[in-house]
Design a protein around this ligand. Sequence first.
Ligand SMILES: *Cc1c(COP(=O)(O)O)cnc(C)c1O
Length: 456
Amino acid sequence: MRYYSTRNRSHPVNFETAALTGLAPDGGLFIPENIPPYPAAVRSSLGTMRFHDIAFETIKPFVHPEIPDSQLMDLVLSAYSFEAPLIPVGDRLVLELFHGPTAAFKDFGARFMARAFSWLRRNEDRPLRILVATSGDTGGAVADGFFGIPGISVTVLYPKGRVSPLQERQIAGLGGNISALAVEGSFDDCQRLVKAAFSDKELQKRLVLSSANSINISRLIPQAVYYAAAAGKAFAGRVDDDGEATPRLVSRITETEPEKTEAGQPISFCVPSGNFGNLTAGLYAMKMEAPILGFIAATNINKTVPDYLATGLYEARPSRPTISNAMDVGAPSNFERMSAHWSYETLRQDIRGTSVSDLDTRKAIFRVREKYGYFLDPHGAVGWEAADNLVPRSSSNSGPLAVLATAHPAKFAETVEPLTGPLPVPNSLKQAMQRVPEFLTIPADLSTLVEVLETL
Ligand SMILES: *Cc1c(COP(=O)(O)O)cnc(C)c1O
């Protein structure tokens, strides 16, 4: 597959270059030259295929022929020791994306990316250094994804005192090839420092640097996998039940059999969104002809994209803090990618947008726990509430609707527990809480960062 910059179609690169450089030299984002449909035989068996096989078939056209098939299968098997169950909650579905090691959907992208990078650099002697700035969630997923991966080390910059104790342990508690820098400043300072390091010519001579943020195409493509898997299941009239492999948060209050969805209907997804990488990956799955009807873009009050869908005018703004803080984005970086692929008219046909206040997010967490015995995290709750706003209860003939639960509620216990009572905590998070964070505190200036990078 060839990739272009969103800003210039005349310099195609291969997957390796697109993945390892992250951002195109002209400041644009890399996009694939086309998004091929699944072969008919794959499309018709998405509902019964193993998750790994769907991952293989979804990613393959985007890395072919650079990553050989057998190697791709190894990467996928090693990246995904967990799945994405689609379960009924009330009269809709929830796609649980939090069964990975850091309990958020970013594990799907970060774990594939780490293994792809390692393989692409298999013949290089000099180690690769990944620099990543985080406001909380990305740092943990990237650190965990790259932990123990040969030939690569990761340095995570996070704003000191502004991430939760759990997030700090996920970022700074692993050790080994992962180092953590607590920056005396804001998330914006961290991002500014990372950008400055990338344009420091002297530093570039001494270290091989790369980034791992959400604009990287190798993080985006693997996120199309769970959309295709869920759409396939729903189309086949299957949902997952409370098996031991995917323990439910609580046993459901009602004892009735989980409702099967009606077979033969394409699904809609409601996607809690910030930088819009997740939703863009959903559009890729739809374009590949997984049985998907459309999307709801659910945001908190940072509603740049819902406003764009309503008016046709794109207006980036400063972000405002909310309780669904992984979505506090006023200038969504993947918007450039979405609009390079699709026109306003197409986007408006496939996506409906709406925004949800913190108060309504809290009400949704409370209501869903009361009514169904199910715990939502603040991001998933934005999705639930958005679906309530846009889908009138009477219109059940529009096919199944799945809300994406992007994080485990225990990651945001301080917000969720006052509304729901005590939360079950998955083992991965219990283990992370036991770790002892080790980090260096640095002021927000480039010369200190450069000095520190050379000693790590
Ligand atoms: C990153 C994140 C989001 C937003 O995803 P985008 O791809 O940036 O739109 C939503 N929920 C959680 C829990 C996240 O960590």
